[in-house]
Design a protein around this ligand. Structure first.
Ligand SMILES: [Zn+2]
Length: 426
């Protein structure tokens, strides 16, 4: 006879399983808990004491295993039911092959899990085997009335043993795969550091290192390693109270990738600075460039005569340009800047145009002599530019009379009185 005390003890066990253990064993949704209660309800006919048919029910004992399905909780009879009919007994015995098959499926899970090694990068086969085990239904719904011998119990225990063995195998194999996956992420982090190093050299050294090529090469290695990391088809497991969280792994991967993207992305300014690297000339720092600088008299668009939206425009040049323009204006000379900042691809040698120090000013028929411009016109403009102490004026023999090239390539040179540099670097 089943008593109220039996029922209360049973309910306590159910509560322990459902509340204390289910969450920690991978029961992630209430649906699974509902499934458990549905089973209990089916076995009891009801989950309410008042509605239980005491003649047909017996206390149950929970066997709790450590794998993340409701099958963790296997309900088996603690004692044979007193009123099992011969027909029900026959039914129970007919289930023995199914229970044995369930044990075979569990052994497959454990055996395969143990074969996972350092090279394994997927758990898909394991997932498939687990599904086969979990999906195979060994119906035990009539076991509440079991009363014949031990054969059914033995089969059941065989399954339980196989299941425990599978859980141990899972822990071994799954932890190997996760360890391996995280090792690859560590390698990926080193690849990211390499991209960062290339970026650092590009932005902070005079030579620019390998420039955009260095960044791109390091980025290509990063992508190859990222593919290795992404190839891990991980699944979340919760085995013997240890969590193997696939989402956390993929989140870690995403984090590294987004950090790397910030340093590997090649910007317009990168491409401009890469022209200096390509020409093996001094590479200006990123902070030397501007997209907005202008002078009192000239807009950024007038001053940037390069191919990019960025330019270098040194304050010494801007101040001189405004002063020269004021004087040309006073002399009623037409003012036209032919070229100020130019990127290296549009400059020659070590041209000061690519460092923001130089300007080419158009020569017109300033003396009104008629005809084309000549050296006399050129000299009239040079008289004005000389007043602003350029560090270099390209000789008319080199520039021709059509424009005056002046630059302030050495601001410190200005301090000791100006003059011309010996080497033609225009
Ligand atoms: Zn020039």
């Amino acid at each position: 006879m089943w008593t109220r005390q039996d029922y209360d003890a049973q309910q306590a066990m159910i509560r322990e399983v459902s509340e204390a253990n289910l969450a920690s064993r991978g029961f992630k949704t209430s649906a699974r808990t509902e499934t458990l209660w549905a089973i209990v309800g089916h076995l009891f006919g009801s989950t309410s004491w008042e509605h239980i048919d005491q003649e047909k029910t017996v206390p149950l004992k929970f066997f709790r295993l450590g794998a993340p399905t409701w099958e963790n909780v296997i309900l088996i009879p603690q004692t044979p039911a007193p009123r099992c009919t011969p027909e029900q007994d026959v039914y129970n015995r007919s289930k023995i092959p199914a229970i044995n098959h369930k044990a075979v499926l569990a052994r497959r899970v454990g055996d395969y899990a143990r074969t996972l090694n350092e090279q394994s990068n997927e758990l898909l086969t394991l997932a498939k085997l687990r599904r086969e085990h979990n999906d195979f239904n060994a119906d035990t719904s009539h076991w509440v009335c079991l009363q014949s011998g031990n054969e059914v119990i033995d089969a059941y225990n065989g399954w339980v043993n196989a299941f425990n063995n599978a859980v141990d195998g899972l822990q071994i194999g799954v932890s190997r795969v996760f360890d391996n996956a995280y090792r690859e992420v560590d390698t990926l982090k080193r690849c990211k550091a390499e991209v960062l190093r290339e970026r650092d050299v590009f932005e902070n050294s005079r030579s620019g290192g390998q420039g955009v090529k260095g960044i791109n090469d390091a980025h290509a290695k990063f992508l190859a390693q990222e593919a290795v990391c992404s190839a891990f088809a991980l699944e979340s497991y919760d085995i013997n109270h240890k969590a193997y969280d696939a989402d956390a792994y993929y989140d870690a991967l995403k984090k590294v990738a987004s950090e790397e993207a910030q340093v590997s992305a090649v910007t317009e300014l990168d491409r401009l600075r890469d022209e200096y690297v390509y020409k093996s000339i001094d590479v200006p720092s990123p902070v030397d460039f501007t997209r907005t600088a202008s002078s009192k008299r000239f807009t950024f668009a007038q001053l940037n005569t390069g191919s990019y939206s960025w330019a270098i425009l040194k304050p010494v040049l801007l101040a001189a340009l405004d002063g020269i323009a004021d004087e040309m204006n006073a002399a009623k000379y037409k003012i036209q800047l032919n070229s100020v900042y130019r990127n290296p691809a549009r400059s020659s040698g070590k041209s000061q145009h690519q460092y923001g120090y130089a300007v080419d000013i158009q020569v017109f028929d300033f003396n009104g002599s008629g005809g084309s411009v000549d050296e006399k016109d050129w000299n009239l403009l040079k008289i004005i530019t000389d007043r602003f102490h350029p560090s270099y004026t390209e000789p008319v023999a080199e520039s021709g009379p059509g424009h005056v090239h002046v630059d302030w390539r050495q601001q410190s040179y200005l301090l000791i009185g100006g003059g011309e540099l010996p080497e033609c670097l225009a």
